[in-house]
Design a protein around this ligand. Sequence first.
Ligand code: CAA
Length: 261
Amino acid sequence: SAAPGDYSNLQVEVRGNVGLVAIHRPAALNALNDETTAELLDALQRYDRDSTIGAIVLTGTDRAFAAGADIKEMANRSFSQARRRDAGSFMDLFFALRSPTIAAVRGYALGGGCELALACDIVYAAEDAQFGLPEVQIGTIPGWGGTQRLVRAIGKARAMEMILSGRRISSREAEAWGLVAAVHPEDKLLTAALDTATKIASLSQPIVQMAKAAVNAAYEMPLRSGVLYERALFQSTFATQDQKEGMTAFLDKREPKWTNA
Ligand code: CAA
């Protein structure tokens, strides 16, 4: 498969201990065709496997994070082709990434683009960002987790309104509703995302990954199971050297030196 930098529809770059992946198909507002989702998964999985990378920032271009799955590619697909391709299954692999992912959203995050942002661990938005699931307007419904994750992110009433009408919301509404962690001016967005990613990447990778897994369990599990899962992960941290280092450094009043062990 392609070496980093060899993608047709992505720009990838390492910044310190952070992997930066930018969807780059601006002529189609970063519409996610099959080639782009395959490249995206390849780039993200490479960074996820790379022990020098502690967090990943996913972004788009100035006008769009991504305007959805590629309508040209889907328009004439039959039911059996759609079923065999199972394009949405790439989101399962996206969700299986262990590294924390931060979405930095400028412009349109629509349909599959909104669903991609919803699958990231943290979403930062530029003031001009717009989120929406407009699928009903083109005769289909969200298919990459949107009906499930949007409900969990912003609640049923608001999710229903957005999904049934196709209405787009602004970054400020998205922030007020809890879809977005913070809104930044356009020219500060990427720096803010990279700063948070760098902070996360400076910590112990196994510990951060356990924290991510525990939070994600809140989406996947009933409360009691989630609490037990969290407790098992918490206890597992005591099997790491980084837990010993972190607590000893605190007591010695010095900075910890993480070894990811
Ligand atoms: N797929 C394919 N091409 C797309 C696209 C998409 N999702 N979104 C935009 N484009 C293309 C347009 O076709 C156009 O290409 P041409 O110049 O070759 O005609 C180019 O990007 C620029 O788009 P517009 O001219 O439409 O730009 P605009 O500023 O007038 O409008 C927009 C911007 C409101 C985002 C509009 O492009 C739009 O509504 N896009 C579609 C949004 C959408 O319906 N997304 C959901 C897709 S379905 C899905 O994602 C299913 C799922 O759950 C996985």
